[in-house]
Design a protein around this ligand. Structure first.
Ligand SMILES: [Zn+2]
Length: 527
């Protein structure tokens, strides 16, 4: 065959989570958050980390100052982002370019207008001046010792409208020593066949004078596909964000593109041994930004390798590779068997094996009976992996001695000024000793969570790492209105793993309580 000796070609991964990723609605990261994310990106091993736009806001200036002092990258190069000089301005008097130098990074990335329409209408200047803005700025940064990457904004729209002008901008940047020319689909409207065609022409023009890059937005749902098409056409630098974060529909998802390039197309993107960190890093960043990961995300989602198998489960256990497109271990994910009331013995046995629970025939029968009864009452174990595990452990004879709740009381009052206060009291037994704690909260669930934690924390300090991520309430029998049965799902995490527990009751406090108690129990069991 001989192919195994062919050296693998490099495709650089350029992460822009800390700039473009911050444009997503509802996300706001502190400088501390950004530093933690940068550490994760370096741990993953991407080539470049775009830290932000120094000068655009004080947060980004602080980020670069602290990054220089506090971060010690092993793999990644930090990049400051900015733009070309102003129309008719001078490079050495330009505040944006000055801020870029002050960020003190070895590499910088500047956005340049490559769509004639933007030059004449947005900048209101001539096309010649548009080209000069690019060449002057690249030259200035290059002379000041920076490695210069150029983000060609609206490149595909620009090329379609006026290919001659788009290529003049490309040429100007290359002539002045830009190392990277990154074609951006800024409005996200391009399709893979168009990207392939245009990149092919640019590649023929630029040759090996600079590295070509791609930066896509997902407005047609094709950001990943467009990036792959660009690589096939000669691009060797892919920009994107972790988990596809970005404004509107998001940016190219690096957690999808990287394994595609590395596992399917034979390119090197991350150091080989680092790819298995992908799922953990993806979860970690979702956690820092308080932006729950889509369970159906390719490669890294909780459902990416989940089998709701029924009859096929024993076939899957015999030949996993017949049902999975890659080995989930390669990206740090794992095969998961989804269990519901429909589950047969084989599914329960596979699940027990997955969880490392010893389970005899009688216990398996017990789990099947429990599932049928509980799912009839409104439980939904497919969505609550942690509650399922606890149920299976109990069926297998587990008697937990982590903590027991003896009693719980919660009171909500409204005073004469219309102010509500909630107080919860719990009595908890740990190692035969009883503890009573009272706490306030902004609502009943918050108050009982606080009281339970206050009782447990001195005995189990590791509980400090466990926190609730999401609390979902669903009314199951809408017809009975306020008498309906309520299902509560609680998502929690300790930073390393996430889990979901469930509670069902006609009383919403009781349902919440069940889910909460199991959530903390599971957290302590696995700490
Ligand atoms: Zn962008």
């Amino acid at each position: 065959m001989g192919t195994q000796n062919t050296p693998r070609e490099l495709v650089e991964a350029f992460d822009t989570t800390l700039r473009d990723g911050m444009q997503v609605e509802g996300v706001s990261a502190t400088v501390e958050d950004k530093l933690r994310i940068a550490e994760q990106l370096d741990f993953l091993g991407v080539h470049f980390i775009e830290g932000g736009w120094p000068g655009a806001n004080p947060k980004d200036i602080e980020f670069f100052a602290r990054a220089a002092k506090e971060l010690n990258f092993r793999h990644s190069t930090l990049v400051a982002f900015g733009s070309t000089r102003r129309p008719k301005g001078k490079v050495d008097e330009d505040a944006t370019l000055r801020n870029l130098l002050d960020a003190n990074t070895s590499a910088v990335c500047i956005v340049a207008k490559s769509w004639d329409y933007h030059v004449t209408d947005a900048l209101q200047t001539t096309l010649d001046e548009g080209v000069l803005m690019v060449s002057d700025s690249v030259d200035f940064l290059n002379t000041n010792g920076r490695r210069v990457m150029v983000d060609l904004e609206h490149f595909f729209d620009g090329y379609k409208n006026n290919p001659e002008f788009a290529m003049r901008v490309v040429e100007a940047a290359v002539m002045k020593g830009a190392t990277h020319l990154v074609m951006c689909d800024t409005n996200g409207g391009s399709l893979p066949h168009e990207v392939a065609e245009i990149v092919t022409r640019v590649k023929a023009f630029v040759g090996n004078d600079a590295t070509l890059g791609i930066h896509c937005h997902d407005d047609t749902g094709c950001a990943v596909a467009n990036s792959m098409a660009a690589v096939v056409a000669g691009v060797r630098h892919v920009q994107g964000t972790l988990n596809g974060l970005g404004e509107r529909t998001g940016n190219t998802n690096l957690t999808t593109v990287i394994p595609n390039l590395q596992l399917k197309m034979g390119f090197d993107c991350l150091p080989a041994e680092n790819l298995q960190r992908l799922t953990a890093v993806s979860n970690h960043v979702a956690e820092v930004l308080n932006r729950p990961l889509n369970p159906q995300a390719p490669y890294v989602g909780a459902s990416a390798f989940a089998h709701k198998a029924g009859l096929h489960v024993s076939a899957i256990s015999r030949a996993k590779d017949a049902y999975e497109h890659v080995d989930p271990d390669l990206v740090g994910n794992g095969t998961r068997f989804v269990v519901s009331e429909m589950a047969g013995r084989a599914t329960i046995e596979m699940k027990a094996k997955e969880l490392g629970i010893e389970m005899g025939g009688q216990a398996v029968g017990q789990v099947i009976d429990d599932l049928k009864r509980l799912e009839h009452e409104g439980y939904h174990f497919e969505a609550a992996d942690a509650s399922l595990e606890l149920l299976m452990r109990r069926a297998a004879g587990w008697q937990q001695d982590i903590f027991h709740v003896d009693s719980m009381r919660v009171v909500t009052e409204e005073d004469s000024n219309g102010v509500f206060t909630t107080e919860a009291t719990v009595k908890v037994v740990v190692n035969g000793e009883a503890f009573v704690n009272t706490a306030h909260g902004n609502g009943p669930v918050n108050a009982i969570d606080a009281a339970l934690r206050a009782a447990l924390l001195p005995r189990y300090p590791e509980l400090a790492k466990v926190h609730l991520v999401d609390y979902k309430v669903r009314i199951l029998d809408g017809g009975s209105a306020t008498g309906a049965v309520t299902r509560v799902l609680i998502d929690a995490t300790n930073g390393d793993r996430s889990w979901t527990t469930i509670g069902v009751s006609a009383n919403i406090i009781e349902a919440s309580w069940q889910a909460l108690e199991e959530s903390l129990l599971y957290g302590l069991l696995h700490s």
